[in-house]
Design a protein around this ligand. Structure first.
Ligand code: F6P
Length: 369
């Protein structure tokens, strides 16, 4: 069958923001305009199409080379994003004040086609890419671009945003070492990462942490305390502990702060928990620093910018070649394409047999196991 000619494409950014999103948008716009296509932005995930009444300036708006000039280095996304209200489970307010979740994907496809759009580039994490796969099954031409600071997407060596998050967390650990030493304290640094320990592991090693707690290796708090006591005996009177927000004690669960309507559970609190327990067990003063959303902000590193620009351009090439239901993927040294169906099947966690975990152990870093 001949490939249907593309004239108009749309780009959407969904889920939590990550440094590099604007670089992807710029690359998609410039590459598609180079092919003679028009490019449009959908505001805040798919909300610009599903709830256009909320956007007086237009829920879907033209993106031109001028509108994406000078944005490669900017954090955030000029399209806006949301991690609430997936079109598969869209929360609709009921007269009694409660919410019901409604599948609005058919309506989304209709609205997409009615806007005269021929193809979609969806930039997001597992949630956005899963929605992209559903839309592709319903007939849209879709290419996914993997994004997340958490680096937990399968079928890609890395996602953009991760390097920036790790670099910033490493800088924070460098700064915390001097104050930890001066006060002979335990500094517990909680980092994002959801149910995967990539940020904690990479920043912890690069930033010389003494203990790293990740979801993949449940910790025993007594063993963590013993590492600190042993350090004391050797004259190391401070300890820096990096805790992934999804870390859990042996036999325990993740620490959750709540759940809003239409949103995934919010992780958090494990840093404070660990700090309090370590104070009680070691008698040493402990402080908690939660890096949280600071890891999502700021300018992307040059590595993330380059990956994001390559991903954006590759997404346009994929559409031009007639591909659909694929995700662009970094398979060093090349950018390749993976079936979306495979990419969203499982979460990529830290493999326990990786040389990075071995390196940490070889350097004397404890995982509390
Ligand atoms: O997936 C990215 C991420 O930053 C996670 O690391 C974190 O758990 C979550 O988003 C927080 O999202 P928000 O506070 O924006 O709801």
């Amino acid at each position: 069958m001949p490939i249907q000619k593309i004239r108009k494409i749309a780009i959407s950014t969904g889920g939590g923001d990550a440094p590099g999103l604007n670089a992807v948008i710029r690359a998609v716009v410039l590459a598609s305009v180079n092919k003679g296509w028009e490019c449009y932005g959908i505001r805040e995930g798919y909300n610009g199409l599903l709830s256009p009444e909320n956007y007086p300036a237009g829920g879907v708006f033209p993106l031109t080379p001028a509108s994406v000039a000078g944005i490669t280095h900017l954090g955030g996304t000029i399209l806006g994003t949301t991690n609430r209200g997936s079109p598969t489970q869209f929360p609709m307010l009921q007269p009694d004040g409660s919410f019901i979740e409604v599948d609005r994907t058919d309506e989304l496809v209709e609205r997409f086609n009615a806007a005269g759009l021929d193809a979609l580039v969806t930039v997001g994490g597992d949630g956005s890419l899963s929605i992209g796969y559903i839309l592709a099954q319903k007939g849209l031409r879709v290419v996914g671009v993997p994004k997340t600071i958490d680096n937990d997407l399968d079928r890609t060596f890395m996602t953009f945003g991760f390097d920036t998050a790790v670099s910033f967390a490493t800088e924070c650990l460098d700064r915390l070492h001097t104050t930890a030493t001066s006060h002979r304290r335990i500094m517990v640094v909680e980092v994002m990462g959801r149910y995967a320990g990539w940020i904690a592991l990479h920043a912890g090693i690069a930033g010389n942490a003494d203990i790293i707690l990740i979801p993949e290796i449940p910790y025993d708090i007594e063993k963590v305390a013993e590492v600190i006591r042993e350090r004391e005996r050797k004259g190391r009177t401070y300890t820096v502990v990096v805790v992934a927000e999804g870390a859990k004690a042996l036999g325990g669960g993740v620490s959750v702060t709540g759940k809003a309507v239409g949103q995934a559970e919010k992780l958090g609190g494990v840093g404070d928990k660990v700090a309090h327990q370590l104070e009680a067990l070691t008698g040493k003063e402990a402080r908690t620093v939660v890096l949280g959303h600071l890891l999502r902000g700021g300018s992307p590193t040059s590595f993330d910018r380059l990956v994001a620009l390559r991903f954006g351009a590759a997404a346009v090439r994929a559409l031009d070649e007639g591909q659909s239901a694929v995700m662009v993927s970094l398979n060093p040294p090349t950018v390749r394409y993976e079936p979306l169906k495979e990419a969203v099947k499982r979460m990529k966690t830290v493999p326990l047999d990786s040389d990075t975990v071995d390196t940490a152990r070889d350097l004397g870093i404890s995982f509390g196991d």
